[in-house]
Write a protein that binds this ligand. Structure first.
Ligand SMILES: Nc1nc2c(ncn2[C@@H]2O[C@H](COP(=O)(O)OP(=O)(O)O)[C@@H](O)[C@H]2O)c(=O)[nH]1
Ligand SMILES: [Mg+2]
Length: 368
């Protein structure tokens, strides 16, 4: 089960271009995608420099990075609620993702008119935020209506539960009406549990990708800093990315890409930054396994219990979990090999409830 990230944005903002860059795909860009068409789905390796260090030390047959899945839903999210279009397929696709990327156009190109007539980054960001709020409000209202109906025939204790849910939803509704996204609310555990099933769009972490043109590259950093400071909000980040150039870079092999990046004076791969930021927003950490001559990276939410981490690899491992043999990345690197670490007694045995730490190298012991 990988992490799914949905790409939204206005038409012609560069969603498919960004998707291609992230997933090294070669989907046609510049085509008007119609509602109802299948989304583009692709995966990207999660950048993890420690994986290479481990591979150099352990000489595995295979090195397997964690992957993130990106979904370019295609159809414009604008007017989702009005046309009821979002009610169907688009909302279904979006409600299942773990985080959203909103691609906002900053590049200018007269041959590609902006769908709203003019370039305005902040307007586009605000409009999308509003669309997501509208979508959640529509969902909330439908649920509230159903609660009303159920309440008519409900007896205790079902009645009690419905009233409590109604109360929580009303509270969230009043915040949404003030245009406060759910991700910005401090929810109690009970409130969070109640709304978890609805997959509200404004509850998902949001990464705003400002798609700049090649000519804007020299200002990329200052533009990002300026917009980010004005747009800083909980569980939201903003980044500038030259989608078109990153898409070209993604089609090259690593050394050619590096050379071209140097030519443009780009220090770090923009695509890698996007993937890393989405991971940070989701609060994910990495752990590693080294079984079967494979070094593998896995991503899990921080504070995950060992038994759940095992389940990420295989449900049998979760069910038959006995213990985990764990060493931290730093300890292993100091020892230079697992056998040396074992000699020094640095491998710990941990139980089901051990909270996996970022960088742990783990061998799960289980029986089925
Ligand atoms: N000049 C320029 N054109 C771009 C850039 N990013 C995307 N485009 C172009 O904008 C058009 C729409 O891009 P596309 O990714 O298909 O947008 P989508 O409708 O949001 O999926 C295509 O012709 C792209 O080549 C950019 O950074 N600079
Ligand atoms: Mg597209």
């Amino acid at each position: 089960m990988s992490i799914d990230i949905g790409i939204i944005g206005l038409a012609k903002s560069g969603r498919t271009t960004t998707f291609n860059a992230l997933t090294r795909s070669e989907v046609d860009t510049g085509r008007y995608t119609q509602e109802g068409l299948a989304p583009h789905i692709g995966t990207a390796n999660v950048p993890e420099p420690r994986l290479k260090v481990l591979a150099d030390m352990l000489h595995p047959k295979r090195v397997v990075p964690a992957v993130a899945t990106y979904i370019d839903v295609g159809a414009s999210v604008k007017g989702l609620v009005k046309d009821k279009g979002i009610g169907g397929q688009l909302l279904a696709q979006l409600s299942n993702v773990d985080a959203l990327i909103n691609v906002v156009r900053a590049f200018s190109d007269e041959s590609i008119p902006h769908v709203d007539g003019s370039l305005d980054i902040e307007r586009d960001i605000a409009n999308m935020d509003l669309e997501l709020v509208f979508s959640d409000l529509a969902l909330l209202e439908r649920r509230l209506e159903r609660i009303e109906v159920s309440l008519k025939g409900a007896k205790q204790p079902e009645r009690q539960g419905l009233l409590r849910e109604q109360e929580i939803l009303m509270k969230i509704k009043s915040e949404l009406e003030k245009e406060v996204p759910i991700r910005g609310l401090m929810l109690t555990a009970e409130e969070a549990r109640t709304i978890a099933n609805y997959q509200f769009l404004t509850a998902k972490p949001l990464l705003v990708v400002v798609n700049i043109g090649e000519d804007q590259l020299p200002q990329a950093e200052s533009l990002e800093a300026e917009l980010d400071s004005r747009y800083s909000r909980p569980k939201c980040r903003l980044i500038t990315l030259c989608g078109k150039l990153e898409m070209e870079l993604a089609q090259l092999d690593d050394s050619a890409a590096e050379a071209l990046r140097a030519e443009y004076g780009i220090k770090e791969s923009g695509v890698e930054r996007v993937i890393k930021l989405s991971y940070e927003l989701l609060g994910l950490i990495s752990f590693f396994t080294t079984a079967s001559a494979e070094v593998k990276a896995w991503s899990i939410p921080s504070d995950t219990e060992a038994v759940k981490a095992a389940g990420k690899i295989h449900s049998d491992m979760e069910r038959g979990f006995i213990r985990a043999e764990v060493i931290s990345y730093d300890d292993l690197v100091k020892c230079d090999s697992l056998s040396e670490a074992r000699k020094k007694g640095l491998l710990r045995l941990e139980g089901k409830n051990y909270r996996v730490q970022d960088g742990d190298i783990i061998t799960f012991l289980f029986n089925v």
